[in-house]
Ligand binder design. Structure first.
Ligand code: ATP
Ligand code: ZN
Length: 294
């Protein structure tokens, strides 16, 4: 029996999203007790139970309200949603891992134009997303649904093209295929049920999602401190990536010079530092942020 006094989250048991889903929860401060081979795990310091399942089942668990929360690839979620009259799952946050794209691929080295798809056969494990794409483009083609090994279809003569998930493109290349069109850009997303959640559970859910938002924000964020002549402030504020209202402090004994402190919510690259220096900044420090609550 599920314990209704606790929140439930469905995550992938094993596979490409499994480890990073758990890591995210750990970064949000949860201690997770898992037993090998079990379908459940529980947080010992937060009222959260995990259900460890196949990624394909996650949208159903969340839509039915069996789990209030889930972590799943946008590709799996959208494919599921296209088959439902009413979508019972809402995306709360994009998580920045499990990045991949659903791409249409053609035999390598063959000239390709969109019109070539007309009347062709396309093999995919994502028939609804593929069909939606074709409909949007006004193309009539046959969609051949395969559970796996989609990339073999052209060689086996089952299809002319494939529509498959790609991250590095190595699998396609190894099978003599090359991506020609992007159907969907995907990454892991945090989802919640559209069903009403009782107030106690809703408060726990808010607490957890606030922490997860903090973890996502912290991952890219850096704290920057630098010195600069006051006259350079407009240029420097423009260069600081994703920083709102930097703090400016006078420097004792250095007329016209200030110290600038800012939280940058986007990646800070070496190029950024070089630009800051060019704009007049000196003694530039970039520090990681351990925790953040927005
Ligand atoms: P399950 O046993 O849970 O059904 P699976 O074999 O269907 O697992 P995985 O291969 O583990 O799924 O992929 C899970 C998710 O990881 C995908 O739905 C997708 O969102 C993401 N992903 C990231 N990169 C890739 C990639 N190169 N190929 C496939 N999926 C990827
Ligand atoms: Zn799956």
């Amino acid at each position: 029996m599920t314990d209704r006094s606790r929140l439930h989250m469905a995550i992938q048991k094993s596979g490409r999203l499994a480890e990073q889903s758990r890591d995210l929860l750990k970064s949000a401060g949860l201690k997770i007790q898992a037993h090998k081979g079990q379908l459940n795990a529980r947080a010992t310091n937060f009222p959260l139970d995990l259900m460890l399942v196949r990624d394909d089942d996650i949208p159903t668990f969340v839509a039915d309200g069996v789990c209030e929360l889930g972590i799943v690839g946008l590709n799996v979620l959208e494919e599921y949603a296209l088959g439902q009259p009413q979508v019972g799952v809402e995306v709360i946050a994009r998580l920045g891992f499990g990045r991949c794209a659903l791409k249409l691929a053609a035999p390598a080295g063959q000239a390709f134009a969109l019109a070539d798809l007309e009347g062709s056969r396309i093999a995919t494990s994502y028939p609804r997303l593929t069909r939606r794409f074709l409909d949007e483009q006004g193309i009539a083609a046959e969609v051949v649904t395969m559970r796996g090994a989609v990339e073999l279809a052209p060689r086996l003569g089952i299809a002319n093209y494939v529509c498959d998930l790609v991250s590095t493109g190595q699998t396609l290349e190894a099978n003599g295929l090359e991506p020609v069109l992007t159907v969907l850009d995907s990454e892991a997303v945090l989802v919640r049920t559209a069903k009403t959640i009782d107030p106690d559970r809703a408060a726990q859910l808010d607490q957890l999602t606030t922490r997860i938002d903090g973890v996502i924000a912290t991952a890219e964020s850096k704290y920057i401190v630098l010195n600069a002549p006051e006259s350079a402030l407009p240029d420097i504020s423009r260069i600081l990536p994703g920083a709102e209202a930097p703090t400016v402090v006078p420097l004792v004994g250095r007329q016209g010079h200030v110290a600038v402190q800012a939280v940058c919510q986007e990646s800070v690259f070496w190029e950024t530092l070089e630009q800051l220096k060019k704009a007049g900044a000196s003694a530039i420090l970039v520090m990681p942020i351990e925790k953040m609550m927005l």
